[in-house]
Write a protein that binds this ligand. Structure first.
Ligand code: ZN
Length: 243
């Protein structure tokens, strides 16, 4: 199971960067988790766009879905060039009817996931956890049957996260704020919140993502180390986690 960070910025992409998008691979199956702004360009540093097998979305905020439209155009253009039509499944929740409807296009099909049920996608099984965020949003626990990646998507801190993330090999947290800032009004977490979950859940490794555009982001790691003893990494473009 291999995860590659394509985008990690919160809100909007920094110059030449991308917002939330993670590529998860197992055998020949490639899954995209969220499709933030700039992520289609970044994905092509590693894969042909037609190598994608499925997309799963946490919620419909622009910094998580901005590149869905151009991904649909890419698959449409490629269907002409290749003279073969393939359909890319894009999984999303149905609590935003307009957002969900936008997932279906000529070469993509929006498929609703039931957040209360396990979703099977290729070699992966995904379970969902409703986050606290201004719009309906779901964190994910993704496993290939051997290892587990938990992605908080966008959320404020809540105690139940430690159960959901329990024993994960990798925890990717929303870290949009520094430890001395309260992110809860904005629907996000700070470095302390993420590290607290990592510690309580006993995860193998912590990755801080959805990063702020100000301050020294390496400070987030120093702050998180006060609450979690394991390995902590800052999400970065092209960063690979493999197990
Ligand atoms: Zn959001």
């Amino acid at each position: 199971m291999k995860l590659t960070v394509l985008g990690f910025w919160g809100g909007y992409p920094a110059a030449n960067g991308a917002t939330s998008a993670y590529m998860v691979e197992k055998d020949d199956f490639t899954l995209l988790i969220d499709a933030g702004s700039g992520s289609l360009a970044k994905l092509q540093n590693y894969k042909n766009v037609m190598d994608l097998d499925a997309v799963v979305l946490s919620h419909y905020h622009h910094d998580h879905v901005a590149d869905i439209g151009v991904l649909q155009y890419a698959w449409l253009v490629q269907s002409y060039l290749r003279e073969a039509k393939e359909i890319l499944p894009i999984y999303g929740h149905m609590e935003d009817q307009q957002g969900f409807a936008s997932l279906t296009h000529e070469c993509t099909e929006g498929i609703a996931y039931d957040p209360n049920k396990e979703l099977k996608v290729g070699p992966f099984s995904i379970t969902f956890f409703k986050t606290d965020h201004p719009v309906p949003c779901y964190g994910m626990r993704i496993t290939d049957g051997e290892n587990v990646i938990v992605y908080t998507a966008d959320t404020t801190y809540k105690e139940a996260w430690s159960d959901f993330a329990n024993g994960a090999d990798l925890l990717i947290t929303d870290c949009n704020f520094y430890a001395d800032q309260d992110g809860s009004n904005a629907g996000h977490m700070n470095s302390k919140d993420g590290a607290t979950i990592a510690n309580e859940a006993g995860v193998g490794e912590l990755m801080l993502s959805h990063l702020p555009h100000y301050g020294d982001v390496t400070e987030l790691v120093r702050e998180a180390k006060q609450y979690y003893n394991g390995t902590i990494q800052l999400a970065d473009e092209g960063l690979v986690w493999k197990k």
